[in-house]
Design a protein around this ligand. Structure first.
Ligand code: PLP
Length: 502
């Protein structure tokens, strides 16, 4: 690994990124360099393979359909074994985010609901009007939570499959509204910390994404946004809060600016949509971020995160039906019949919408308030514990996503050592840091204390094993080198290939 790092941090690192990419492409064609790269890739991927393919030698693999169908009891036995093997880390609170509720009775309840509505498909509204009822009410309840009741405008939306799809669809709506207004080269503006789903949307939809910097508190730099909004801008976005450091952008200033320039403004509240309204009610200082701000024209809020629904649902909400219509797809002359669909997928899992609705109505305001109080209390305890560790510093001003870095330690090695102790934290870049998105899994059973104890121990491990450079730590090191990004991009592609190896 160090070889590859040396290669990339050498002369290439002094080149302008475009030239470096070009030089890398050239270097890659030289057989010795190519062979060395392949060896390095193989080495890295074999470590990753161990982590994501643990069952290879243990359980039968199905490269082809079994000739005779397996006995259902045997299938279930395999599934039970796999679930049992994988549940300990998230159940016992070793994981950042990922499973946001996870109490057994809650999961059992969601499972029962999904089973009852297992065949439902909202695409066929006439067959499953219940699915349509659930979705309309999910949107309405979410909108109400996000300020819809305190604005004269109608706030409408749809249920989607997740945060990424919500963002993608909002950007599609702005692109298509822009096209109606004559914008041929649409641009969107978002802080560097806004979720990478905005890059995905730009790539899929042919938009140009202009990333603006954040200030020293990791919040979007408003003058920088003002400087780049131009006649091709179709939307500006900010996060409440942003995934990396849990910081809330200055949504009021950004949305006012967008309104003054006549462009849309999207608050990405995928992470915070089901926390911030309750945090505010609990008296925490939450800056305005929702439809109470007149410049906010759309928002995304993920039911499958702090909404405590099963994975696979999110909500996208708009100010007014006109904007929402730009999201829709309709076809009037297809031989297969008249077709219309609100979101990316055609057929959709009605079971997930039913479970989402059930999660929301069973939690109610009181349930979300109580959950938020517990999460914020735990996050504050973790934050102050980290603040007491001299080698570490808190990044930004976290409420429930606690990010921390260090002036002296390699945070990716801290991540590796935490991993060795069972933890699954998120690695962040620019600056190198880690975060723990606090969920209900962390709020009981002494998890916060265990986290802080393991963190102290991991720091000691890093100091004791100063020369150990294993795991993904070096890959993060490489990604920080501009010309190495192409290599890391290639590695990430190979990683996805690896996931689909039987
Ligand atoms: C702020 C924010 N936006 C968008 C997303 C994307 O959500 P998903 O993974 O559900 O597509 C996330 C995911 O963590 C997020 O934190």
């Amino acid at each position: 690994m160090m070889d590859l790092e040396n290669l990339l941090s050498g002369p290439l690192s002094r080149l302008n990124p475009r030239v470096a990419d070009w030089a890398y492409a050239g270097l890659r064609r030289i057989p010795t360099v190519r062979r060395r790269l392949e060896t390095e890739f193989d080495g890295l991927l074999s470590t990753l393979r161990e982590a994501v393919k643990p069952y290879r030698d243990e359980l039968p693999s199905y490269r082809r359909l079994p000739q005779q169908g397996m006995d259902r009891a045997d299938v279930l036995a395999q599934l039970e074994l796999l679930a049992a093997r994988e549940e300990h880390r998230w159940k016992d609170g070793y994981v950042s985010g990922a499973v946001y509720h996870g109490d057994e009775d809650h999961l059992e309840f969601l499972g029962t609901v999904a089973e009852l509505h297992s065949q439902a498909n909202p695409l066929h509204a006439d067959l499953w009007p219940s699915a349509i009822k659930f979705e309309a009410e999910i949107v309405s309840m979410t909108a109400g939570m996000l300020g819809a009741n305190q604005t004269a405008d109608e706030i409408v939306g749809t249920v989607t499959s997740g945060g990424t799809e919500s963002i993608l669809l909002a950007m599609k709506a702005y692109r298509d509204r822009g096209a109606r207004r004559g914008i041929k080269r649409p641009e969107i503006v978002a802080p560097v910390t806004a979720h990478v789903a905005f890059d995905k949307a730009a790539q899929y939809l042919g938009l140009t994404l202009i990333r603006i910097p954040v200030d020293e508190s990791f919040r979007a730099d408003v003058p920088a946004a003002a400087a780049v909004i131009g006649r091709n801008t179709v939307a500006v976005a900010g996060s409440a809060p942003a995934f990396p450091h849990g910081t809330i952008d200055p949504i009021e200033e950004l949305s006012t600016l967008a309104a003054e320039r006549g462009v849309g403004f999207h608050t990405d509240a995928c992470l915070g949509g089901f926390v911030l309204p309750w945090a505010e009610k609990l008296g925490h200082p939450v800056p305005p971020f929702d439809f109470r701000l007149p410049g906010v024209t759309s928002m995304s809020a993920d039911t499958h995160k702090y909404g405590f629904a099963s994975k696979g649902t999110s909500v996208i909400v708009y100010r007014g039906r006109e904007l929402r219509r730009f999201q829709y797809f309709t076809a009037a002359n297809w031989p297969g019949g008249l077709y219309s669909s609100p979101t990316l997928a055609g057929s959709r899992p009605g079971s997930l919408s039913a479970a989402c609705w059930a999660a929301m109505v069973s939690m109610g305001e009181s349930g979300y308030l109580e959950a938020t109080a517990r999460i914020l209390e735990t996050a504050a305890a973790i934050r102050s514990g980290i603040e007491r560790i001299p080698e570490l510093n808190i990044v930004g001003d976290p409420l429930f996503v606690v990010a921390f870095g260090s002036e002296t330690l390699d945070m990716y090695r801290v991540m590796e050592h935490m991993n060795g102790r069972g933890w699954n934290l998120t690695g962040l870049q620019s600056p190198p840091a880690l975060h723990l998105a606090v969920t209900l899994r962390h709020t009981s059973g002494g998890v916060a204390e265990r986290f802080l104890g393991d963190l102290q121990a991991a720091l000691a491990d890093v100091n004791t094993h100063a020369h150990d450079r294993s795991g993904v730590a070096p890959v993060y090191g490489m990604a920080a080198m501009v010309p190495a990004r192409t290599v890391v991009g290639e590695l990430l592609e190979r990683y996805i290939d690896l996931l689909y190896e039987v």
